[in-house]
Design a protein around this ligand. Structure first.
Ligand code: NAD
Length: 458
């Protein structure tokens, strides 16, 4: 089957690829299964050396890779460059931390009973890495780099919307010394993903929407396979009355609209102290008006097209539903009549939690702002969601922020920042935002099976 890759900015087909089908996915799985034991037995040093070469190749080719990414997902080129730049410290983190994270550890020695207890970390085996398109470099490397370093073979399915980037990743890994059978790209959409899930893999590491994550959880039901699901969010921020309004508005507008709002941790709901609601909204709208929308290949562009054409309808429906229930559109609200998948940056007020725009992931340049009386109401509204990926508070008072954030059910919490990921911290979600984690040393161990050793001397 053919897979057409289109430029979301123009609709133009930029490449046609061959998709995998059930049979080729099976063959790839068998290849990976046969190759994994040897890779798992390889010492860590050559595995680290291969990933280190990969890191150098990514750095060396970053401009070309940014162009490929920008063309196929419509990411503004400056932001594509940022992603390529940002992936290097993530790889560096794994290079620096894997030996320590996976070193066998003595946990107790009882001299009298001559009993030693230790833990080692065994590779899971063959793992499926099913990935999203919005940050293919970030969400990909979070999985395949530690998975490979830990001795697993990886069947990597990039999103059908980021396949060219996926193939570049495979090329660079292979050229860096990762055997072809140990890192195997699987090309295609949902059917190829579903075929991959049907294989007897030892782990499934998925990044994508809640809907697909749930389908995968249902498909593996009853199978003893490790399952990680990194899903969507409806991430809130709360702005207290003591902030520097202009500074907070600039930071939060960036958190809501960067990557055209298509980040799992994009700000999706804003609650503002009623004491500063009006000046905050004015500053926020001014900020959004300043964002330059246009050709993603232009260095100055900040807002690009939506990557997925069907998301235009989702955004239109959210705006329509909100309007019907009394929301006011301060900016945008419509798709742009042009070739490609364009939606105007949109700011809504007079919104409430009866509206889809405050409950369902928008994953686009649309945001609602609501006034709140104080901290208690803000906490209640922030927690009124089925998701829990990130949440932020803007205030001059750190104690107050920590008190509020302690009450919010969320994988990551932010004080005076948002839309931020650190390789040193675990990335995880609460509720429909998923199960499991990546990043941090726990995100290295997650690609292994702990083995408990009870050793009694003679
Ligand atoms: P998606 O769910 O549409 O697709 C994700 C991947 O799943 C793709 O590779 C797709 O081909 C594959 N797939 C589709 N149907 C499948 C099936 N039945 N079985 C197996 N695989 C299947 O998501 P998307 O549009 O690529 O990504 C956007 C979503 O991802 C948003 O909800 C976003 O919040 C989320 N996301 C989450 C994180 C995180 O770290 N939590 C990071 C990035 C994106």
């Amino acid at each position: 089957m053919k897979l057409k890759v289109s430029n979301p900015a123009t609709g133009e087909v930029v490449a046609t690829l061959e998709s995998d089908d059930a049979r080729s996915v099976r063959a790839k799985y068998m290849q990976a299964r046969a190759a994994q034991p040897r890779w798992g037995e390889t010492r860590l040093t050559p595995r680290l050396a291969a990933i280190s070469r990969f890191r150098e190749r990514v750095a060396g080719e970053s401009e070309k890779l940014a162009q490929v990414l920008s063309t196929e997902v419509g990411k503004p080129i400056a932001q594509a460059r940022n992603e390529l730049k940002g992936v290097l410290p993530r790889i560096d983190f794994f290079l620096a931390e894997t030996a320590r994270a996976l070193r066998p550890r003595k946990v107790s020695v009882d001299v009298h009973a001559s009993m030693e207890e230790k833990v080692s970390h065994e590779p899971l085996g063959v793992v499926a890495n099913i990935s999203a398109w919005n940050y293919p470099w970030f969400v990909g490397t979070n999985v395949f780099v530690p998975a490979l370093l830990a001795g697993n073979a990886v069947l990597y399915k990039p999103s059908e919307l980021a396949s060219l980037t996926g193939l570049e990743i495979a090329r660079l890994l292979h050229e860096s010394g990762i055997p072809d059978e140990v890192f195997v790209p699987v090309i295609g959409g949902g059917e190829a993903g579903a075929a991959l899930v049907r294989q007897a893999v030892d782990g499934i590491f998925f990044t994508g929407s809640y809907g697909t994550g749930r389908r995968i959880a249902e498909a593996v039901r009853g199978r003893m396979v490790k399952l990680q699901l990194e899903l969507g969010g409806k991430d809130p921020v709360y702005v207290c009355e003591d902030v520097d309004v202009a500074k907070a508005a600039a930071s939060i507008a960036d958190g809501a609209f960067y990557n055209t709002g298509q980040s799992c941790c994009s700000v999706e709901r804003i609650y503002v102290s009623e004491r500063i609601f009006k000046p905050f909204v004015d500053a926020f709208v001014a900020e959004v008006k300043g964002f330059r929308r246009g050709d993603p290949s232009d260095d100055r562009t900040y807002i690009g097209p939506l990557t997925r054409a069907p998301q235009l309808k989702v955004l239109e429906a959210q705006v329509k539903d909100a309007r019907k229930k009394g929301a006011k559109v301060l900016l945008g609200g419509e798709r742009v009549k042009a070739k490609g998948n364009w939606f105007e940056p949109t700011v809504l007020v007079d919104v409430d939690h009866s509206m889809d725009v405050m409950r369902e992931e928008s994953f686009g340049p649309v945001i609602g702002l609501m006034p709140v009386k104080g901290d208690a109401e803000a906490v209640r509204l922030m927690n009124d969601t089925e998701y829990g990926l990130t949440a932020g508070v803007y205030t001059a008072d750190r104690k107050r922020a920590e008190r509020i954030l302690a009450q919010v059910a969320s994988g990551s919490v932010y004080w005076n920042c948002c839309d931020r990921v650190s390789p040193r911290l675990p990335w995880s979600g609460v509720g429909n935002s998923g199960i499991g984690l990546t990043l941090s040393t726990a995100g290295i161990e997650t690609f292994t099976r702990p083995k408990a050793w009870h050793l009694r001397g003679a």
